[in-house]
Ligand binder design. Structure first.
Ligand code: DQA
Length: 144
């Protein structure tokens, strides 16, 4: 069965590469997308970014109908969005939360997390590699 994998990215992640590179690194979101697609040509990967909370909720609802797996970096909405939390609770796809940085080790407001309680797994603090780690772990688990 072809794995249908949605990779959804929240606000400001379109700025990756130039945004606080000392925290988020110099890889762009496009670099990450290309690497994921190259690493899993057998999977169908839908890769998107939005700065809008409502759009992210709409895409989570779409992923629930279309995807087996949702890899999600919700950016700052991780720490603020009850609407996203509710959409994730209703989502039938397996959910893997990814963050480039480790929010738990940063400002106290980043310790509030509305995504983690809905996720099957979380990867944080490995920079852009975290996306690939999530993808390879998922594909390995599906084979086992
Ligand atoms: C982030 C961490 C969030 O706290 C922050 O708001 C982001 C990026 C990360 O990938 O490290 O926008 O999700």
């Amino acid at each position: 069965m072809t794995q249908q994998i949605y990779v959804l990215n929240g606000p400001n992640l379109n700025l990756l590469g130039t945004r606080e590179p000392e925290i988020y690194g110099t890889d762009t979101l496009d670099d990450i997308e290309q690497r994921m697609k190259a690493a899993a040509p057998e999977a169908e990967i839908t890769f998107r970014q939005t700065n809008s909370e409502g759009q992210l909720v709409d895409w989570v609802q779409e992923a629930s109908k279309t995807a087996n797996v949702l890899i999600l970096n919700a950016g700052a909405y991780t720490h603020t969005s009850v609407a996203l939390h509710d959409a994730l609770r209703a989502c039938d796809a397996e959910i893997v939360e990814v963050h480039l940085s480790n929010p738990a080790a940063r400002e106290p407001f980043r310790s509030t997390n509305y995504v983690a309680p809905c996720a099957n797994a979380s990867i944080a603090g490995f920079g852009a590699s975290g996306y690939l780690m999530a993808l390879t772990a998922i594909l390995q688990n599906k084979k086992d």
